[in-house]
Every structure is written in C-alpha cells, then in structure tokens.
Design a protein around this ligand. Structure first.
Ligand code: GDP
Length: 489
C-alpha cells in the first residue's frame, strides 16, 4: 500500500520550497521526500524562485535531449562517426548539446563533481550525463534526479576511452584555447580538464564566455574532482545569472546537493535505521569526521589530541569531571549528547567512548559515542564500500554541529548537505608531530572549498602569472584549511 509521506499542507516543506519536483514515485526513492521532511530539520536557505524556474527548465531539457530520445540518438551517432563540431553548428537542429562527467576519485570528490557539473550544465544549456563509473556504482548510490529522464551515461556511449582523456589530448580545452587559437575544426568534442591539479591553461574553462568556441561544440567531456562553483563566479559571462540563481552565495552547494543527490533506498535504510537507533532521541547530536591522509592505517595520538582539543576549545563536547565525586543517582532530564564519529579507523571513537565511560561529565550530561563503520582503508568504485561512505556522509549531515577534517571532500559534502558551518580541524603534514595549535576554527560558511580554482582574472587571462584570486570578489575567499583554496561566503 502506498504511503504518503506528508499531508498536502506540508507539501511546500517536503518539496523544499520548490527545489524538488513532485510526482516521483515515493517508494522507489524514499529519501527524496523523507529526508527533507522527517530528517533534515530545515533548509539553511530557501531556493530563489529563479533557481526553481531554471531547475524545471533543465529537467525539461534532460527529458527532451537525454538518452532514449531521438535527439540523443542523432547526437551520439554524430559523435560515433567523428562528425566535426563546426559542422554541427550551435548544438544542432535539435538544439541539444551535452556535458559528460567522468567519474573518478573518492565519493566526496565525486559528489562535489556532480553538483558542479550540474551547475555548469545549467549555466551552459547542456544536458548532463554522468559516467556510472567503474563497477557501475552510480545507480547503487544515487536516485535519478530528473523526472522522466536518466542522467546515467548509456553503456553504448560511442566515445571509446573517454575515461582516459588527459590534459594533453588534442581536444583538451587548454590546447584548443592556447595552441589552436580557439579552432575546433576537426574535433568531435572538447575535453574540459578541471582536476584539482589542472594546469592554468586547462583552467581557462572557468573563463569561457561561450562566445568563443565551446558553444559550437555539441559534446563536452568534463573531468573534475572539484567543486567548481567558486571558479565560475569569476566569469563575467555568468556573474549576473549566478547572482539571480543564488542571491545568497554561501549556499550554492547546499541547494544543489539537496536537489540532486538522493541516496537509494538501500542506503537510506542504513541512514534511517542508524539514526533512529542511536541519534534520534539525544538532546544534541555532534558529528566528528576524522579523515587521516596517511596510508599506514595506524591511528595517531596527535589526531585524537586534536579532536579533543578542538572539542574543548569550542565547547563542543561536555567536559569530563576532574574531581571524583561519588556517582550520582540518575538525574531526570540529564542532557544527552550523541556523538557520531566517522572514519576509516575505529580507535579514535573507542578512545572517546572510553573517556566518557571511565570519567563522569562535569555537568552531568550523558554522552554516547557511535561509529557506523571502520573500513580501515579506502577502496575505489566498490558499491558496498561506497554505500557505507554515503550513508555516513548523510548521517553526519543529520547532526546538529559538525567537526570536519581539513582538506577532506567527504567532510565538505557532509556539512554542505547539512547546511551547517563546520568547525574545521587544520591538516597536519606529519601526524607524528604534535597536533596543530590552534586545533581547529569555525569556518566562515557552509560551502565546500575548491582546491583548483583559477589563479588568474578572466578579464585578463594571464595564465603565466599567478595572482591571488582570493581577494578579487567579496564573496570568494580563501578557505580556512587550504591557503590556495577558494570558497564562497
Ligand atoms: P577525501 O579523500 O577525504 O577528500 O574524501 P573522498 O570521499 O573523496 O575519498 C575518501 C574515500 O575513503 C571515501 O569515498 C570512502 O571510500 C573512504 N572513506 C574515508 N573516510 C571514510 C569514513 O569516515 N567512512 C567511510 N565509510 N569511508 C570513508
């Protein structure tokens, strides 16, 4: 029997102020409507009416041009036959052009990439197609975001070897812009290389104003492991549109991720069972994301010290009692704090839990400490592993306050989805040394940090001269955790 998720009067809340489109099968993807209403308490920001309008237009474009349609069949045949882009003209007679996102790297990176690619597709009027990745993990992880259309790149996509494209490919944007002076003659597609370590020439994509050559190209293939939004704000061609889409610049990822990234039922079951068992009844939920960038898999005392120092400095965890008063009777109404720890290693969580077992809290609060999994090491494109990672990212997003590890895209996605401004622990380059002091800081916004934004101005495009782009725009600033990173505020 079909179960409605909420009364009609609550519809606007369920649909996040128009961010979500009604009419999807609620049972096929329970998280889409349930997350908004029953789990995430509220949106940190409402979507602008203009964003809602553009989302509906993008959905229509995905339906008209996506896989299974005549225009898609014609466009992929063009690509198969190597038909050059200049012949294709502006899109083609069907008015369909495409952005294909290559999937690579860890889940946090992939989620930042998906939100970024979607934004770029929206800005450039392209249909977005996402490479399902090695092991075809896309469908195991995420529901389809567009009604009546698929975003999964079909298995018979004709461009063989597209996953191996690199910066030196003739089709690479940097090559076309710099070495071919913008000529796309003879090219069947253009490749946009926006990996975090991309060369300045490749990063010229951020400044493409669509009056040059890219708009003549029906197929664009994008490789990114990055959050692209801060970089796109530098582009004069997009500034006005971005301003209308996002009157508040500090919540671009929050809105896009809530719109786009809905976990499948298998993952949503993991999220909700865990939440209801261990987190729901607490007065307060604290998320601590521990990411150690070290392959040795052993735990580090300095990391535990840093977590505890941050929690103490920012008053995030109840202090433990220093005097040994006799144990008190159970106090009615004692404040309960549930701590959700995520990480590949379980030692940190066990240590924190033991601390609250062997010592009382100073104020009488009751603390429980939980960690859903400890996978020990990172595995690429293995569904079971990625599903746990996504469940944990989602669980973190359901906490009230979040401490994250600097540099980690896993943490960025969690606090972005949540709509919380996190406490960011500074990354150390040597975990054998004492923890950084100060251990952490409150971030300036809920936005993810981009590790690969352009280092030049779009009005000048001087790619050989690196300038400080963190001072050019009032709402694009250096990140707390990476000096060369940029984030929206
Ligand atoms: P980043 O490397 O920290 O930027 O984050 P990514 O998500 O891109 O890559 C890290 C990968 O390691 C994740 O996708 C997971 O596969 C794994 N991983 C890291 N931390 C955790 C964790 O706390 N829980 C789980 N389940 N997996 C993790």
């Amino acid at each position: 029997q079909s179960q409605r998720v909420a009364e009609p009067s609550k519809k606007d809340d369920v649909l996040l102020g128009g961010l979500l489109v009604p009419g999807f099968d609620e049972q096929a993807c329970a998280s889409r409507y349930q997350a908004a209403y029953y789990y995430h308490k509220s949106m940190a920001r409402r979507p602008s009416p203009y964003l809602v309008k553009r989302l509906r237009e993008q959905e229509a474009l995905q339906r008209r041009c996506g896989p299974g349609t005549e225009p898609y069949a014609r466009a992929s045949e063009r690509l198969r036959s190597g038909q050059t882009t200049t012949d294709a003209g502006d899109g083609d007679a069907d008015g369909c052009s495409y952005l294909v996102l290559i999937s690579y790297r860890g889940l946090g990176n992939r989620m930042l990439a998906m939100a970024s690619a979607f934004l770029y597709a929206l800005l450039t009027g392209r249909a977005l197609l996402v490479d399902p990745g090695y092991g075809n993990t896309l469908a195991d992880l995420f529901c389809e975001p567009f009604p009546g259309a698929t975003w999964a790149l079909p298995a018979d996509f004709p461009l063989a070897g597209f996953k191996e494209l690199g910066e030196d490919a003739p089709e690479s944007y940097g090559n076309v812009a710099v070495n071919r002076t913008g000529s796309v003659a003879g090219l069947a597609f253009v490749y946009l290389h926006l990996d975090h370590a991309a060369s300045p020439a490749s990063r010229l994509v951020y400044c493409d104003d669509h009056r040059q050559f890219l708009h003549r190209v029906q197929w664009a293939v994008l490789r990114t492991d990055q959050y692209m939004a801060p970089g796109l704000f530098f582009n004069p061609a997009y500034q006005e549109e971005l301003g209308r889409l996002f009157p508040r610049k500090d919540s671009v990822f929050h809105l896009l991720s809530r719109y786009l990234l809905h976990p499948t039922n298998a993952i949503w079951g993991m999220v909700t069972r865990y939440y209801n068992s261990y987190l729901r009844n607490a007065d307060e939920r604290l998320g601590i994301q521990i990411r150690v960038f070290d392959n040795s898999r052993k735990p580090f005392q300095s990391v535990l010290d840093q977590v505890l120092a941050c929690a103490s400095q920012e008053h995030l965890l109840p202090a433990v009692a220093t005097t040994t008063a006799p144990p008190a009777l159970p106090a009615a109404g004692a404040r309960s704090v549930a701590v959700l720890v995520t990480g590949l290693n379980s030692w940190y969580q066990e240590s924190i839990r033991e601390m609250y077992w062997t010592s009382a809290t100073a104020g009488g609060a009751v603390v429980s400490v939980h960690q859903p999994s400890h996978e020990e090491y990172q595995i690429w494109f293995y569904s079971k592993h990625d599903m746990k990672a996504l469940a944990e990212i989602y669980l973190l997003s359901l906490t009230d306050r979040i401490v994250t590890s600097g540099w980690s895209t896993f943490g960025y996605v969690a606090h972005g989805l949540a709509g919380h401004t996190p406490w960011v622990m500074f990354r150390t380059m040597n975990y054998s040394e004492p923890a950084p002091d100060p251990p952490c800081t409150r971030a300036m916004s809920m936005e993810p940090c981009s590790h690969g934004a352009p280092s030049f101005e779009c009005t000048r495009k001087e790619i050989d001269r690196i300038i400080d782009t963190g001072v050019l725009l009032p709402h694009v600033r250096h990140c707390e955790d990476i000096s060369w990173g940029l984030k929206l505020t």
